[in-house]
Design a binder for this molecule. Structure first.
Ligand code: NAP
Length: 308
């Protein structure tokens, strides 16, 4: 019997049945519970806001299997010595592709002018074609690659940037510090899908916002600290940035008094760009437990030194 502890402070009603089905499909004989004596736990299904924060008593645990894509809230936990896997869930990826595509198209087509501008004035002029818009996707991991590929399929001129050089059909890929300015320069829109690490904090700042095309749109479904908020507000006020659509923030929920809420050029969405979906995520957890039991390498292992 494999003892699997579910340590998340929500989702048990959904994840319990989904995980049991996934374990059965994977041929795993698992006992899944929300409580166990720590020293009998083989695997922990984990979110950083769940009950387990000190992992030292989990002496037999073979892996901590995260339900979240971002790991910044657990990667620095010094009590964690077990392998840590993050979530790459195709349900979550699909949701992110839809959210990013929708918000890119909103800015590309200038939809707001027609939604808010019903003032009886007949304004001529069709939007440019997608092929005339440069979109930069910062981060070409599971989510960034899927979004970049979708935008490229719509004919946007897509540039992507990652630490290591990637190959994505229809996307001009750049890598490392040397490739950053080329990826971003002159972009009409930038989509941030980087993890939050010391190296990515404030990556959009006064200098780098200045590389974008005047009036560019910033779309951030990544993490709040990727953007220097004050630099963004200044760039919005100067007109260098035309609009910011922000799903993630340094402090969440975004405090009611934060200037982003009332800013006419900012759209706030409450960290809903996408989320882990129980049925598809349970399959990933099941596959990782199967791998752990078979002595095979885990999927989506986090590089603790890189921080993602
Ligand atoms: P991932 O697969 O780990 O991809 C991260 C990408 O960022 C990789 O391409 C990586 O480069 C690149 N990167 C990391 N550090 C870098 C650096 N210093 N310089 C250049 N590139 C760097 O992550 P993912 O699954 O795509 O998710 C991305 C982020 O989205 C998550 O970390 C999370 O914060 C966020 N997220 C948000 C929501 C939401 O609802 N808003 C939902 C899910 C996820 P390499 O490929 O070279 O390693």
């Amino acid at each position: 019997m494999i003892n699997v502890l579910f340590s998340a402070n929500e989702g048990w009603e959904e994840y319990g049945p989904a995980l049991r089905i996934a374990f059965a499909k994977a041929g795993l004989d698992c006992d899944l519970r929300q409580e166990f004596p720590p020293d009998v736990v083989d695997y922990i299904v984990f979110t950083p806001n769940g009950p387990v924060t000190d992992l030292r008593p989990y002496t037999k645990t073979k892996a901590v299997l995260g339900l979240w894509a971002g790991v910044e809230a657990i990667v620095g936990n010094q009590t964690l010595t077990q392998p840590l896997c993050r979530m790459v869930d195709h349900g979550l990826t699909e949701g992110m592709v839809e959210w990013v595509t929708g918000h890119v198209l909103r800015h590309h087509l200038g939809m707001d002018a027609h939604i808010h501008g019903q003032d009886g004035v007949w304004r001529k002029g069709a939007p440019p074609l997608a092929r005339e818009r440069k979109v930069c996707v910062l981060g070409l991991g599971a989510l960034g690659q899927a979004c970049a590929a979708q935008l490229a399929s719509l004919n946007f001129e897509v540039h992507g940037w990652a630490r290591s050089l990637k190959s994505v059909a229809g996307v001009t890929c750049h890598a490392g510090e040397a490739g950053f300015d080329d990826a971003l320069s002159g972009a009409d829109m930038v989509v941030l899908l980087l993890p939050q690490t010391p190296a990515t904090t404030d990556i959009l700042n006064a200098r780098t916002l200045g590389l974008l095309a005047p009036g560019a749109a910033v779309i951030n479904p990544g993490r709040g600290p990727l953007i220097d908020d004050n630099a963004l507000l200044a760039a919005l006020d100067s007109g260098q940035i035309g609009h910011a659509t922000l799903d993630v923030f340094r402090v969440e929920p975004l405090p009611a008094e934060h200037p982003f809420w009332a800013h006419p050029k900012v759209t706030v969405t409450p960290h809903i760009a996408s989320e882990t979906r129980a049925v598809t995520a349970a399959e990933v957890i099941g596959e990782n437990i199967r791998r752990g039991e078979a002595g095979e390498p885990f999927l989506h292992l986090v590089d603790r030194d890189a921080g993602y």
